[in-house]
Ligand binder design. Sequence first.
Ligand SMILES: Cc1cc2nc3c(=O)[nH]c(=O)nc-3n(C[C@H](O)[C@H](O)[C@H](O)COP(=O)(O)OP(=O)(O)OC[C@H]3O[C@@H](n4cnc5c(N)ncnc54)[C@H](O)[C@@H]3O)c2cc1C
Length: 382
Amino acid sequence: MSTTEIVIIGGGVMGTSIAWQLAQKGAKVTLLERDQLAAQASGATAGGVRQLGRDARELPLAIASIARWQTLEDELEADVEFRRGGQLLVTEDPALIPELEQRVADEQARGLSIRLVQGDDFHAIAKGFAPGIEAGITTDNDGQASGKRTTRAFGAAAERAGATIKTGVTVTGLVQSDGRVTGVETAEGTIAADLVILAAGAWSRRLAETIGVRLPLSTMGLQMMATGPAEPMLAQTVGALNRHLSLKQTPDGRFVIGGGWPGDFNLDTATSSSRMSSIRGSIEHASAVYPVLGALPLDRVWVGIEALCYDEVPIIGPVAGLDGLIIATGFSGHGFALSPIIGQLVSELIVDGAPSISLDAFALSRFDGLRENLEFPDHQAG
Ligand SMILES: Cc1cc2nc3c(=O)[nH]c(=O)nc-3n(C[C@H](O)[C@H](O)[C@H](O)COP(=O)(O)OP(=O)(O)OC[C@H]3O[C@@H](n4cnc5c(N)ncnc54)[C@H](O)[C@@H]3O)c2cc1C
């Protein structure tokens, strides 16, 4: 049996961000990843970095995280393709402009820097949209980054700070004794730990179940597509009212298209496959908003497997009555943007005794009395 102080399960953007910031604080950390870093949701993500449209509980984290993103590449000493191009939520229907105005007022009241752009102001910042699309709401600090690059950069920074990262190691269960998690079982043997951090994305629920902890998580497969390269023309990450669309152009000129289209997945084999109906629907919605897409080659289609929490807000923190375990999972399709602050707050919780922004709203205990009675199926498509 080997011993380490803290074991993190999962080499996605959460596990690696936590590992980095814990190691920076001097903690002895070992991260265990079954595959390679960014093998699952964090490698499949659309990479939108947004504050817009957040649940009220997540907003303080999103605002703090977006502030971290502005300097993250310097901190990580890496190019993670962060572009502060802003978010742009457009409408094709002038009748919906009052709805956009209301959203601006609501989001401003919640502390966001956001504005409505129409007519010439819209055309000055937005190029390539379908005729008739002349209004949207936009934020300046939001942007986009590469999920793979960010996760690998967190991992590399964690190693530079002294963390150990082991890929190709599958955790088969948690080890519990006398009301305390004391380590993890792996295919290579037991690893004892003072503290285990469960950041295994869609597989977190199964791992928690090995010690009888029920997490209110199901799973969703989110389908994405990328076109071949085109001239740079779109700076923003785009959504559209009443459409299933997220659209961005990456630095290599490709358009990445998503918007919550479902794909299929198998948790046992950690594999996924795309759906024709989602490809069709996605092309239809995306090219109605951004016509140039219809003329570009479709280069790649993929599906990311993501943990979906019952209230679509993550679970972060300890489990009441059980020492030695911290959970950071259930990011429900919008965790990537939060990853810098999640690593910071979890490391503060562990090393300093309290996070600088309260994590109380993310406690598992919010589901007490509920999670025991609900079923959370493995194969719920997006
Ligand atoms: C298609 C798609 C688009 C998205 N778009 C956005 C977006 O635009 N903006 C945004 O903010 N968020 C977005 N998200 C959400 C965001 O990507 C996720 O919330 C985030 O990546 C979750 O990170 P994670 O580390 O929790 O999970 P994961 O990245 O899934 O990492 C979990 C890791 O645990 C490993 N693991 C699992 N079981 C074991 C085991 N038994 N032993 C060892 N290792 C194990 C897995 O291999 C995996 O690498 C999107 C997600 C998807 C799928």
